[in-house]
Design a protein around this ligand. Sequence first.
Ligand code: SF4
Length: 491
Amino acid sequence: MSINLNSSNVATRENRIGSITGYIGSLKDLSEQSECGTLKGCSRCFSQSSTCLSSCALGQLSAIRDIAIIHHGPAGCSVAGAGTYYLDKVMAKKRGVTTDTVYVGTDMNEKDTIFGSTQALRDIILEVNRRYAPKAIFVSSSCATGIIGEDIDSVVDEVKEEIKVPVIAVHCEGFKSRIWATGFDISDHAVLSGIVKPPKEKRNTVNFKNFYESARPEIIEMFKNFDLEPIFLYCNSSVEELEHISESLATTCICGTLGNYLGNGLEEKYGVPYVRSINPLGVAGFEAWLRAIGDATGRRDKVEKYIEEQRAIYLPQIEEVKKQLKGLKAVLGMGPGYTFEVSRVLNELGIEVVWALAWHYDKKYENGDVPPSMKYLLENDVDFEASVADQQNYEVMNILNKYQPDLYLSRHPGSTVWAIKNGTPAVYVADEYMIFGYKHTLEFAHAVLDAIHNRSFEKNLAARVKLPYTKWWYEQKVDEFLEEPSDKKAQ
Ligand code: SF4
């Protein structure tokens, strides 16, 4: 699908790439329905949780150094700014840089939602520019401004005449998508349309879209073997750095859900190749990813040499620990960018995935292909029960009770805590690089062993916690809580 950078608005994942938040079945069925075009998202008759896409969009943007976010909406919408502000400061400190990014809410009140507040927004943008002198200003909408049709684009166009730095409208009305990852696309769209400049020269750099760059030093060192320099986005990025990402040799990411829009946008608009391989988690993922970077940048020989050296160090150790993991059963619940990648790694380590929940599912990516992680599993004849559920922990509890796995894995602490209260050992795959490359795959395997060998914490906690779920709930079938799309019902 073509990316239209002339419009400030980006279509939702549901509309653009047919993403869904409701499905129960098997991996193969999910894929077959995706390919023949019959997959339709079902809705739940009860929804326990979700989140607003603006947290993803503005959380990504506010990690850019020395910019301003102006969140035009009621105070409740910009409450996420407090956490974001704190996180950005911590991540900058950790990296050893400073950031003066500010996050400002416009605090719309009842009068504003009736009569509009474009004049106030205009004044706020000018005042933020005067007071903080940011390197770029992102002006975000909200549900309230979307409902009343507040013309943020016109305000932004007007103030551009008076402000020297880029001022960019960011359309993040929470109601427009059930998929919070749409927020990642919104932030990429804002950067692509408002910050990135056409290339002047090519550089030996690779754009690396990630969340919190925890493996930054080791990846910089690794890329030196290939005469490449990674540019980590957007955590601690500077506006100047972003202006030049069209000059890189390639774009890659730690998670396809996070990086797909930017990668495809840079390829489509500026011809920067987007590395479309499975992600660098586990042995197969790491090697496929390195080879794809080698091919995209013309450095395949250097990559092969590196793989050979590293294999000799780590593969014997990984094979050894695999003996202790064989036969374990796992359930996992994560965003789709990780669910199907981590499923692959578990399979690689000899752990059987009995159920995988993805918080949403992208039928295809921007270029029209199914996500590489899914393709890989199917080509390697891996199948298991799978569901798509936007972090519905009550369903997780039902599934854990039914399968009694040795292990539950999630990237969201609010999900792992329920498993632990249920007495199920859980691994919180918090760090995006926790299973990166040979070294961290080995560490991850040991983390799994630690979790299953010492179960006293889960046992003690489960014995003392009264869960809200009754025997009745555990006897229910989770698939009965999905409503079929009306056209399917009518058949
Ligand atoms: S934009 Fe909408 S969904 Fe998001 S926080 Fe505001 S009211 Fe809630």
